[in-house]
Every structure is written in structure tokens, then in C-alpha cells.
Ligand binder design. Structure first.
Ligand SMILES: Nc1ncnc2c1ncn2[C@@H]1O[C@H](COP(=O)(O)OP(=O)(O)OP(=O)(O)O)[C@@H](O)[C@H]1O
Length: 609
């Protein structure tokens, strides 16, 4: 009780029943607590415990503070670190490097997914790096196929948190932190920090430099394709490597290929930029590839990119992500030397009215019906063709002025090569393809004899694919075998080109047929007549249907033209009538004025006489 008195005299006195001791009211409170069966001494024990815990906490927090300060001192003086954001290309350098050097992590924190993320090369690098051992098959892009016979495989990637690895006998720690905005987008947006022991950042730098050099060297043997990432605002992805396509494998007229390549080489030559600037010209070059679908427009772009060692930046104006501002931003973020590929440029159906936004084709199909009677025929034709296409198009909000501004406005990017492709050149606005915006046009057409021969040779170019193509080769040297192979292939190719009618098939159609017999060119020749027969029948039917459709269109056009001409006639008649009425009114008015004048003069004369 002594202890209690010392701590809480009022309560203690109350508890002992001595009213002279304690604080006023203490006895009352003591009685109250006693009446509910609560031992007041318990309060004292609780107070003592709290005091002890508080002092321990104070001690620990001081100790923690000390540890934090020590660790800060340690990390500031003995640890170097580098931070990379996953949207940066340097992140891919590093991931690729770790993967290709089999630098493994024993991280027990990992994320799992069975989704194949096409959009996301960074993520894919993680999957590769984090040990999908045994996946020797590739998907044509050099990356492992993510499916087996059961379905999509599980993929393990480094989860946010710490992991470690050794490189050149040195310990590196890697921390990955998810950014807050990750969940909104496709990309796993993380901050990656690499740590290593040592005051000097040299070890980190050398690791990153090595990773960069290796990546860029590697890249030269591939073509990098950048697409648009669904972020806000849209940005370029870090680039998907695609296997190279050689220029020889794209068969177009030799003359076209030569002049195109010459023009591009000249443009990219080191001194050309100075020449442009000296002449006050913006350093830009644009090309239009137009014509038949499946005739090699995309393939040629890929081959040129590989030949000239340039990355490709693909833009689709039909994307719903696209607006004038976004387009401008994307152009501004292009690297110095690259190819910008705008495929199917006609699909943008650009609205010419400034500020209208693009309601694809709707504006073009509905507007100005009556005013354009000067070029009525031309306009109707265009409108009808657009209407036919309308069903297949999406909406974008790019306007023509926005597009022109991005391509060659004041603030527009310099140094790029712009390649626009379209299957419908006739639908493009003249402003878009005027010289200066499009400096060279290449037409892609049905396969002629040169293309047919080239496509045939292209499909069967590799002797290793055709071990039984030449007979009796055992007795020949390797050189002789190769010579014989090419002689036989050339002969077959010529025969093939002479049997397939020129100007009837697209190169893609021909290639499609040959791929059905890819391991036996002779079989392809044997089956050729049957294929031609069925295809030519199809073509005849199609041509017949097209002819009918064209006749219908012509008739509709004729009707429309007549209607417009009738309207114009009526309008002219109306105008003439109005003019005549006005003239009549004018004449009457003048007559009345003259009469009045005569009358006035008569009165004046009479007055004076
Ligand atoms: N001229 C050609 N030379 C070699 N291969 C060709 C040629 N044209 C088409 N091909 C083959 O046909 C396929 C389709 O070609 P590609 O995508 O380049 O055509 P495209 O003109 O871009 O078609 P689209 O206008 O429909 O986009 C590819 O596999 C390509 O290899």
C-alpha cells in the first residue's frame, strides 16, 4: 500500500478509507471503483508497465535512428547505385545483358503470368532473363514461344523487391519498385535500382556500358520496330527486334529499287544535312508506296530499314489513341535518324475542315453535295469509293491540318524518312502528297514476268531446304552442286513465270501458292495448272462482279450528275428570271423618273411663260 500511496495518494487514501489523506474526491472515486469490483492498485501496475514500455520504445527508436544513420553513412560512402525506369531503353539493355550472360538470380520473389504480352518487350526481357530454360523454340522474333501443347505456358518474372546477382566476381543488388501508375497500363512500369559495394560508380557504369554496347551491336543484326504504347500521352515503345529482311528478297522493278535506294542513301549521307540547311530547306524526305495489297509495300520498308540500318517507327492514324496533339508529340519524340512508317494512310479519312476533328469519311461522304457541280463527276466518284470503304474504317481524331503540321510544320522533326503506304492513292488529299511532303512515289502492281521469276527464286533460294532437288549430286563437288542447283532453279523460275499470266496475281498470292509446296519446286510446277485454273475462275467471277458494281456505280453517277446538272440549270434559269425581273423593275423605275422629270420641266416652263 505504501507504493500505491506514493503514486496515487488520493486513491490510496480512499482505498484505505482515510479521508484526511489523498486528493479531494479521491475517496469518492475510490468508493466508486471498489463498488464495481475494480482494484485501484491495478491502475498503478498499468502505469508502471506503460512507463517501462515507453522508455524501451524510446531506447529502440534512438537505436533505430542510429542504425539508419549508420546505414545512410554506409550507403553514401561505400555503395554506389544507378536507377533506371523500365520505360527507358537502358532498362532493356540491362535485362538483355543479364539474360544473354546467363547471370541468374536466386530471387524467391517472382511474379507469374500466362499472358503473352505482345506490346511489351521490357517484360519479355524479364521473362527470358528469369530463366525460361529449355525453351529453345522461337517465335520468329528470336523470342521463346510461350505456348506448349496444353496452352499458354506460365512465365516467371522478377517481382518487385530485392534480388541479387554476381558479375565479374562482384555482388550487385537489384531493387525493382512498381510505379503507382503501373496498373493503368500494359507496361509494368518500374524503377530499377542497381547497387554495388564501393564508393566509385565505375563498376556500375562499366556493366551498363557493356550492356548498351552489346544491345546496340545486336540490334544491328535485327530491325527494330517501335509501335505506340497506350500511355498518356501515347509514347513510342522501346522496340521489338524483327529478323532482318534483305532487299534482294523483295521483288520490285529493278529501276524502282535502284532509284529509291540511291535517293535514300544520298539523303542519309553525312553532308546532306548541311546542304539542306545551306539552301534553307528542312532536312526531311517523304515517300509514298501505293498500289495493290500484298505487293510488297511493308516488306520493302522492312528491307530498306535493314539495308540502311534504321529503326522503324510505326504510326496508325486510324488508332483511336491518335489526335492532332498526340501525333505532334510522337513526331517530336522521334530519334534523329529513323523511318516513320504510316501504313494505310487513306484509312485516316482525314477531315479537311479545320477544328472539326475527324469523323472518318462521314464528313467527306455527306458534305457539299450541291456546291461542287464543277467537278461533280470526279467528286462523286471519290465519295462513292469512300462510302464503300467506310464500313471497314475506324475513327481517329486527326485532322488534315494536324497531320500536315506533324509532317512538316515549323516545329516538326528533322532527319527522318517518312514512308506512307496506301492501297488507294486516289483517295488522298493532294496537299498530303504534294512534292516536299512526298518526294518520290513507288507504284506496286500485279506481278509481271520479272516479279514472278523473282518470287519463285526467293521461295526456293536455300539449297539446304531442298536436299533432293538435284540428282546424282554425290559425284559432284560442293561448288558444282551449287552451280547445278542454281541452273536448275533459274530454268524452273523462267518456266514458272512464262506459265503464270502476267498482271493477274499479286506477289503475295503467288508466294502463297509456292509456300504450299515449299519443299518441292517441281511439285509446284506440276500442280500449277490446277491452281491457275481455279484462281483464274475466281478472278473472272470477281472481275464480273466488279464490272457489274462499276456499271451500277456509273449509272448512279450518271443519275447524280444529271440531277446536279438539272439543279444547276434550274438555278441558272431562276437566276436569269430574277435578273430579268430586276432589270424590268429598274426600267420601269427609270421610265417613271423620266416622266416625273418631264412633268416637272413642263410645269416650270408654264410657270415662267
Ligand atoms: N514484291 C514482293 N517481293 C517479295 N515478296 C512479296 C512481294 N510482295 C508481297 N510479298 C510477300 O507477300 C506478303 C505480304 O507483303 P506486304 O505485307 O509487304 O504487302 P503490302 O503491299 O504491304 O500489303 P498491304 O497493302 O495489304 O499492307 C509478305 O509475306 C511478302 O513477303
Amino acid at each position: 500500500m505504501e507504493g500505491i500511496s506514493a503514486v496515487l495518494p488520493g486513491l490510496a487514501a480512499s482505498a484505505t478509507g482515510d479521508p484526511s489523506d489523498g486528493f479531494p474526491g479521491g475517496q469518492f472515486i475510490g468508493n466508486m471503483l471498489a463498488s464495481v469490483g475494480f482494484d485501484p492498485s491495478l491502475l498503478v501496475k498499468i502505469s508502471v508497465t506503460i512507463t517501462i514500455i515507453a522508455s524501451m520504445f524510446g531506447f529502440l527508436s534512438n537505436a533505430w535512428e542510429g542504425i539508419t544513420q549508420m546505414s545512410r553513412f554506409f550507403s553514401e560512402n561505400f555503395i554506389s547505385s544507378a536507377t533506371i525506369r523500365s520505360t527507358d531503353e537502358a532498362y532493356v539493355y540491362l535485362m538483355r545483358f543479364l539474360y544473354s550472360h546467363n547471370i541468374s538470380t536466386d530471387s524467391r520473389l517472382f511474379g507469374v503470368t500466362c499472358r503473352r504480352n505482345q506490346l511489351n518487350p521490357n517484360y519479355r526481357e524479364h521473362v527470358r532473363w528469369n530463366g525460361q530454360e529449355g525453351e529453345t523454340d522461337t517465335d520468329g522474333e528470336g523470342f521463346s514461344i510461350v505456348e506448349d501443347s496444353l496452352g499458354p505456358k506460365l512465365k516467371y518474372n522478377a517481382a518487385p523487391g530485392f534480388s541479387h546477382f554476381f558479375y565479374k566476381h562482384r555482388l550487385f543488388l537489384m531493387q525493382r519498385k512498381l510505379k503507382d501508375d503501373y496498373y493503368g497500363f500494359e507496361e509494368p512500369d518500374v524503377d530499377l535500382t542497381l547497387f554495388t559495394i564501393g564508393r566509385s560508380p565505375a563498376a556500375l557504369r562499366s556493366l551498363l556500358e557493356e550492356a548498351r554496347a552489346e544491345y546496340l551491336r545486336d540490334r544491328q543484326s535485327n530491325t527494330l520496330i517501335h509501335t505506340i504504347v497506350a500511355s498518356y500521352p501515347p509514347n513510342w515503345s522501346v522496340g521489338h527486334p524483327r529478323p532482318p529482311r534483305s532487299l534482294d528478297s523483295v521483288i520490285i522493278k529493278k529501276h524502282d529499287k535502284d532509284r529509291l535506294l540511291k535517293d535514300m542513301r544520298e539523303y542519309l549521307a553525312p553532308n546532306t544535312v548541311n546542304w539542306y540547311h545551306k539552301h534553307g530547306l528542312p532536312y526531311r524526305r517523304g515517300y509514298l508506296f501505293y498500289g495493290l495489297p500484298g505487293a510488297g509495300k511493308t516488306s520493302l520498308t522492312m528491307a530498306l530499314a535493314y539495308e540502311l540500318n534504321l529503326p522503324i517507327y510505326c504510326l496508325s492514324l486510324a488508332s483511336t489513341m491518335m489526335s492532332d496533339d498526340n501525333l505532334l508529340g510522337l513526331f517530336a519524340r522521334l530519334p534523329k535518324r529513323c523511318i516513320v512508317l504510316m501504313e494505310d494512310i487513306d484509312s485516316a479519312g482525314i477531315d479537311k475542315r479545320p477544328g472539326a476533328g475527324t469523323r472518318l469519311y462521314t464528313a467527306l461522304t455527306s458534305q457539299d453535295d450541291e456546291d461542287d457541280d464543277e467537278d461533280a463527276e470526279e467528286d462523286i466518284k471519290k465519295r462513292e469509293e469512300r462510302k464503300k470503304l467506310q464500313a471497314f474504317k475506324q475513327e481517329s481524331t486527326v485532322t488534315l491540318s494536324g497531320l500536315l503540321n506533324a509532317i512538316d510544320g515549323i516545329s516538326s522533326h528533322e532527319g527522318r524518312i517518312l514512308i506512307m503506304t496506301t492501297n488507294y492513292r486516289q483517295l488522298l488529299d493532294e496537299a498530303l502528297i504534294r512534292p516536299g511532303r512526298v518526294d518520290m512515289e513507288i507504284k506496286f502492281d500485279f506481278a509481271d514476268i520479272e516479279v514472278l521469276e523473282g518470287v519463285f527464286k526467293g521461295v526456293y533460294a536455300d539449297p539446304d531446304d531442298l536436299p533432293d532437288f538435284i540428282r546424282g549430286k554425290e559425284k559432284m563437288t560442293e561448288e558444282e552442286q551449287l552451280k547445278k542447283f542454281h541452273e536448275k532453279l533459274d530454268k524452273l523460275a523462267q518456266e514458272f513465270a512464262s506459265r503464270v499470266p502476267s498482271g493477274k496475281f499479286s506477289p503475295a498470292q503467288v508466294q502463297g501458292y509456292l509456300l504450299g509446296h515449299k519443299s518441292d519446286p517441281e511439285e509446284a510446277m506440276d500442280c500449277l495448272d490446277d491452281w491457275l485454273k481455279s484462281k483464274l475462275q475466281e478472278i473472272d467471277l470477281l472481275e464480273e462482279a466488279e464490272k457489274k458494281a462499276k456499271e451500277r456505280l456509273d449509272r448512279a453517277m450518271e443519275r447524280k450528275v444529271k440531277e446536279l446538272q438539272k439543279k444547276k440549270k434550274e438555278r441558272l434559269k431562276q437566276e436569269r428570271k430574277e435578273r430579268e425581273e430586276e432589270e424590268e423593275e429598274e426600267r420601269q423605275k427609270k421610265e417613271e423618273e423620266e416622266k416625273e422629270e418631264d412633268l416637272r420641266k413642263g410645269l416650270v416652263r408654264r410657270g415662267t411663260s
